[in-house]
Design a protein around this ligand. Structure first.
Ligand SMILES: Cc1cc2nc3c(=O)[nH]c(=O)nc-3n(C[C@H](O)[C@H](O)[C@H](O)COP(=O)(O)OP(=O)(O)OC[C@H]3O[C@@H](n4cnc5c(N)ncnc54)[C@H](O)[C@@H]3O)c2cc1C
Ligand code: FES
Ligand code: FES
Length: 478
């Protein structure tokens, strides 16, 4: 058993135990190490000022992702390499991105600049084509209050490719990978005051710990848990990470069912489903920001049980199943039977989610996923919907609908589904279905939208679906 988290910061090994294991890495960097380039502004994953590169073992190398450090606590970072803005210099000279930011006047007050530099270096560290679109995408999670976006974009495009920061050249991975592999199989338990953190290395130990410690909070990507810690003072007595559980980062398709391990991050999932389930890809592409998707998981989105969780309407209409593991073994729960009330799940106290099974939609089916939010990117939904329909030439054979943001849980729209089945595929049918949909929801007014707005959306989304999926002949008849 270890009583410390092992991580590297800018190539240097750190072993961190006791109280320090329970602080965000940004506090550790700034207050313990005097490494202050990583800024903290919102402390909730929204602005990107704290962006750092976090590398984890992938095969025999280390794969780096841009992540919001303010919502990564030390206990989440075992066996990882954290590269901050200070660690990006090339032999004490600015790297190509940093130099380009200077040359193109990409910084004004400079507060967002370290995060932007790190996010851009992360983008160039991967071997992917970089153009204006990819730079915009990559910087979705980096807000600049001085709004110098034009010059930041120019800087991103004008880099000298000969002087790019390449993590593996700068920090040869072999020794770090060896150390990580020596440590990853050793469980960790750290206690400080009233708090205990456990990092199991097999699922059996994980469920036993959960069974023995009521109220244990599981941390996967931490994008919900850490915000609760930073903003709502959540300090659970028992925390357990899933980071070193084997087999949970696997993603594959078997017999036309997509299997997603509970530790697969949303960014990897997004890339995996790009051609397989394009509608799901589009939904993931507007989920949070790249930094949030690099940390957050599908299992976390499911277990967080928000009535506006963006993946949930899709999982409900696909009749996806989650595999949960507890002391009594493994069982599967259909997503439609998972939520028993606001933020409550049909999980036993010792169980955790280990895998998610999603049937891949047939090419012949009509599937549309919708997210309504004030901004397209990096925003929480006011309303979400998934509509999945099988049709013949003229008729609707089967309909599955789920709406989010209209009740305490994401809801299958059973009455509307029954209404649609067997009806003609016409605008009038979908208009009438909108009336049925309104009768089966109980929305509330909140900062993201009024009751009236949500009733209107429940109706209009069906019309939008019709206009987007009807063929030319049907549209010509209107
Ligand atoms: C800036 C920002 C933007 C966001 N944008 C969006 C968005 O656009 N759409 C959206 O839907 N959400 C959004 N979120 C919420 C969050 O990112 C997602 O819910 C994410 O999927 C959570 O995954 P995670 O791995 O980080 O979960 P964690 O924070 O690790 O955990 C979330 C919950 O799930 C539980 N849990 C985690 N893993 C397991 C498991 N294996 N078994 C059982 N329980 C488990 C935890 O105990 C906790 O209750 C955003 C969050 C932030 C901070
Ligand atoms: S400080 Fe804003 S995302 Fe971390
Ligand atoms: S330069 Fe001031 S916040 Fe971006």
């Amino acid at each position: 058993m270890r009583d410390y988290i092992l991580l590297y910061i800018n190539g240097e090994e750190h072993r961190i135990g006791g109280e320090q294991a329970f602080v965000p890495i940004t506090d550790y960097l700034r207050y313990e190490q005097g490494v202050c380039g990583t800024k903290v502004v919102c402390a909730e994953g929204d602005c990107g000022a704290c962006t750092t590169l976090i590398g984890r073992v992938s095969g025999n190398g280390i794969e780096y992702k841009s992540v919001n450090a303010c919502i990564q606590f030390i206990f989440q970072l075992d066996c990882s390499h954290v590269i901050t803005v200070e660690g990006l210099k090339l032999n004490d000279q600015l790297n190509a991105v940093q130099q380009s930011m200077v040359d193109c006047h990409g910084a004004q007050c400079g507060y967002c600049t370290p995060g932007i530099v790190v996010a851009m270096c992360g983008m160039y560290n991967r071997t992917c084509p970089v153009n204006l679109e990819t730079i915009k995408e990559e910087l979705t999670g980096n807000l600049c209050r001085c709004t110098g976006y034009e010059s930041i974009m120019r800087a991103g495009l004008a880099v000298d490719e000969a002087r790019l920061f390449k993590a593996d050249d700068h920090y040869p991975p072999a020794a770090m990978v060896r150390t990580f592999k020596e440590h990853v199989g050793i469980p960790i338990q750290i206690s400080a005051g009233e708090r205990t953190f456990f990092n199991p290395v097999n699922v059996g130990d994980a469920v036993r710990f959960k069974a023995e410690h009521a109220g244990t909070v599981i941390v996967s990507g931490g994008t919900d848990v850490s915000v609760n810690a930073n903003k709502r003072g959540m300090e659970p007595a028992h925390l357990m990470s899933t980071s070193n559980l084997p087999g949970l980062t696997e993603i594959c398709v078997r017999e036309n069912v997509l299997e997603v391990g509970a530790r697969v991050n949303l960014r990897d999932l997004e890339l995996y489903v790009k051609d397989l389930i394009p509608e799901f890809y589009k939904m993931l592409w507007i989920f949070g920001s790249p930094q949030i998707r690099c940390a957050g998981t599908l299992a976390g989105n499911i277990a967080n049980a928000s009535p506006i969780g963006d993946t949930l309407p899709f999982l409900l209409v696909m009749e996806a199943e989650i595999e949960v593991t507890g002391t009594a073994g493994t069982r599967r729960i259909n997503m439609n039977n998972l939520y028993t009330g606001y933020k409550t799940l049909a999980l036993k106290s010792d169980e955790l989610i280990t895998r998610i099974f999603i049937p891949v939609p047939e090419k012949s089916e009509l599937l549309k996923l919708y997210k309504v939010s004030k901004r397209e990117q990096l925003d929480i939904s006011s309303f979400g919907a998934a509509i999945r329909i099988q049709r013949t030439n003229t008729k609707i054979v089967d309909a599955k609908l789920a709406y989010g943001g209209i009740a305490a849980v994401v809801l299958r729209m059973k009455k509307t589904e029954e209404f649609l089945k067997g009806k003609e595929f016409t605008l009038d049918t979908f208009r009438a279905a909108g009336e049925v949909a309104k009768s089966e929801i109980t929305p509330l007014s909140d900062v993201r939208g009024s009751i009236d707005f949500r009733f209107q959306l429940a109706e209009n989304i069906l019309l939008k679906f019709f206009y987007e999926t009807a063929d030319e002949r049907e549209l010509a008849c209107l």
